[in-house]
Design a protein around this ligand. Structure first.
Ligand code: SFD
Ligand code: AMP
Length: 623
């Protein structure tokens, strides 16, 4: 620890993360900062050009409402989100993003993102809300605009944010360390915006051995948003609402383009389409079982029922879909031309956002126009911006939010001065890349206003910061002091390496909290046992050891994951029903119950270390 320099940076608005929400926040904060003489700083654990979920690019923009062209209304989008989440959504937050998201998409296009156009110059839609893009460089384009706005001197890349700084109940900064140099960073600010993405690898992944690390969501999003907000004392919401995407098996290629653009079917090994043969099951989950489109978790559920009956493998019928579209062209020549076009689009869909799936196709001699591909339900992820909903409980916009959902500044958590956006804010699903960027802009504007209204920052005790530095760097000391005592530095009675720690966490979650091994099923008894084992894991976190800075990051990533895990287990336990059977099934409470159409929120109280669970009524904007 002695050779670690401490660098202190004081700014007005501090943006944590460099992904879609943070990039939106950067552009907006820079605008208001310039007008009002404020400073803005941004910290990312990686390099912004390729950090976060959009690192590999994307092949679609999943949220575009088309308000100007009268394609849809804000209410249409709110209805879609509420229905997809089986009633559990904050209308005010969803509406707030929906009314601004189109302008974000227009900015992307202005910055150089190629959006597909038809012969009349209109955007090509994948589905009702989704636009097709040539998105390999999506993140580079969005990051460039953010970097230009804030200025590279104010951007700290490869700095891992570890803990919040809180004084007098107000969030006044964050601490972290460089993953390249021996520098401990202390950031102090008037307003802090957390946008550090969701969490992956909390549950044991399907990928093992040579495939380990491959997951649908990016492995570098490790629950830092949830940890940061929880540790600051913020109220959290929807911590039980994990997301399980159905994906092309083993390389996690997206299915959206296949289902929506190519109108493909998925069938079991006998050729039966579970969405047809299992339709009666949807009655059990009404009213949401009977809405259109059928909620994502119920689409999963119908497939899972086939798998549980031994009717797998499940196939995406790519060959059938491609041939059907080609044939509908009329004459043979046109059909051949169309076939070539579709083949190219199919490969590009993967090459734009999940390159490994294209590699797997190549490696397994898969020609999608000839042969179907297996699909499967992935392990659970925490991602408030997609079809999950976990995140912090934030204040709604003053003009539309019900009284109970607003306390001053839009997107501020229940901790003064701490704002959240993207995966970091909860109960506002289906914002995806574009909505996360738009929400980042909304939150940053409010954070600037907060910084102007609250110019005096309470002092953080210097001794407390020194104590934090000691704790954060402790794994390096642990390794240095003990590694020579065993012949293999990975195995040592005095410590645990972060990878082993992660394996233990994943095993607990997989087996007790409804992971892949447990066929996404759990119960009160299982969850209580899991919680007991998590308590032991928490105790053992003190024995984490790191060989270098990279492993130090791995140590803290896994501590962050562990807190996300605990919030999840406690919240599933609190909700005594099954509401999203295709995300998790509570075998002891197997039905959806009317009196559970509420949010389940939780708070970890920093002073007592106690967790508090709350049932919060849902207030609708639209009936
Ligand atoms: O279709 C720290 N998503 C899709 N959205 C779309 O609009 N279209 C698609 O086609 C999408 N598809 C998709 C998507 C995601 C993935 C992984 C795949 C495919 C394979 C969803 C969006 O990507 C997602 O909604 C947004 O990116 C969410 O934005 P945000 O800002 O909440 O998260 P982020 O972009 O991942 O950024 C997180 C940032 O935090 C940094 N970070 N920095 C400092 N300290 C720490 N401790 C940190 N921890 C994390 C990260 O480096 C990053 O900069 S489809 O298949 O669904
Ligand atoms: P995905 O590739 O599964 O992330 O899907 C991309 C977008 O399409 C998301 O907005 C999904 O909610 C939506 N989507 C995917 N499959 C379907 C489907 N079968 N029906 C309706 N919407 C879908």
């Amino acid at each position: 620890m002695a050779d670690f320099e401490t660098k202190e940076i004081t700014t007005d608005v501090l943006i944590l993360g460099g992904g879609m929400a943070a990039s939106g926040a950067a552009v907006e904060a820079a605008y208001w900062a310039k007008k009002n003489g404020l400073q803005v700083a941004l910290v990312d654990k990686a390099a912004m050009d390729r950090s976060g979920a959009v690192a590999m690019g994307l092949s679609a923009i999943n949220q575009y409402v088309g308000l100007k062209d009268g394609q849809n209304t804000v209410k249409d989008y709110v209805d879609y989100v509420k229905n997809d989440l089986m009633g559990i959504a904050r209308d005010d937050l969803v509406a707030s993003i929906a009314r601004h998201v189109d302008s974000t998409v227009h900015l992307f296009e202005k910055w150089g993102l190629p959006i597909w156009k038809d012969e009349e110059g209109a955007y090509v839609h994948e589905g009702r809300w989704q636009l097709m893009i040539n998105g390999e460089s999506y993140k580079v384009i969005v990051a460039e605009a953010a970097k230009n706005a804030v200025g590279t001197d104010n951007i700290y890349e490869r700095v891992f944010i570890t803990e919040p700084l809180v004084a007098d109940g107000r969030c006044v900064g964050a601490v972290g360390f460089s993953v390249r140099e021996n520098i401990f960073y202390v950031f102090k600010a008037k307003a802090v915006l957390a946008a550090m993405g969701g969490a992956v690898h909390v549950f044991k992944p399907r990928s093992a051995g040579e495939g380990l690390g491959r997951a649908w969501y990016p492995p570098w999003n490790s629950g830092s948003s949830a940890y940061f907000t929880l540790k600051a004392g913020a109220e959290m919401t929807c911590q039980e609402v994990r997301f399980i995407p159905v994906r092309f098996k083993d390389a996690y290629g997206p299915v959206g383009a296949w289902f929506l653009l190519f109108k493909s079917r998925a069938t079991n090994a006998q050729g039966e389409a579970y969405m047809e043969t299992r339709r009666d099951e949807l009655e059990k989950w009404k009213p949401y079982g009977l809405v259109k489109p059928i909620p994502a978790n119920l689409r999963n559920w119908l497939m899972m029922l086939d798998v549980m009956e031994g009717k797998g493998p499940i196939y995406m019928r790519t060959e059938e879909a491609i041939q059907n579209i080609a044939k509908s062209e009329g004459d043979e020549k046109a059909a051949k031309k169309k076939l070539k076009e579709l083949e190219a689009e199919a490969w590009e869909d993967f090459l734009d956002m999940t390159i490994s799936q294209a590699i797997l196709w190549a490696a397994t001699n898969t020609a999608p126009e000839e042969k179907p591909s297996e699909i499967a339900a992935a392990e659970p992820y925490f991602i408030g911006s997609h079809s999950g909903a976990s995140g912090a409980w934030v204040s709604g916009p003053a003009d539309i939010a019900p009284e109970e959902y607003q306390w001053g500044y839009t997107n501020m958590s229940t901790v003064k001065g701490l704002f959240c956006a993207g995966d970091a804010s909860g109960a506002s699903s289906h914002k995806f890349s574009s909505g996360s960027h738009a929400e980042g802009r909304i939150a940053a504007k409010a954070a600037c206003r907060f910084a102007l209204d609250n110019a005096d920052i309470p002092e953080v005790d210097a001794g407390k910061i020194e104590e934090m530095k000691k704790t954060i760097l402790a794994p390096l000391d642990k390794f240095a002091q003990n590694s020579k005592d065993s012949s293999d530095p990975d195995i040592n009675p005095a410590y645990m390496k972060p990878k082993m720690f992660m394996f233990r966490l994943q095993k607990i979650m997989d087996e007790y909290a409804g992971g892949v091994t447990a066929q996404f099923s759990t119960s009160k008894a299982q969850l209580e046992k899991g919680l007991e084992l998590l308590t032991f894991l928490k105790e053992d976190a003190e024995h984490l050891a790191a060989e270098d800075l990279h492993e130090l990051m791995r140590c803290w990533e896994n501590v962050h994951r562990m807190w996300q895990a605990e919030a999840h287990v406690r919240t599933i336990l609190a909700r005594e029903e099954t509401r999203w059977p295709g995300y998790y099934f509570r075998s002891d409470t197997p039905q959806m119950k009317e009196d559970w159409e509420v949010f389940v929120n939780c708070v970890w109280h920093p002073d007592s270390g106690e967790w508090e669970m709350k049932k919060v009524p849902i207030k609708r904007l639209f009936e």
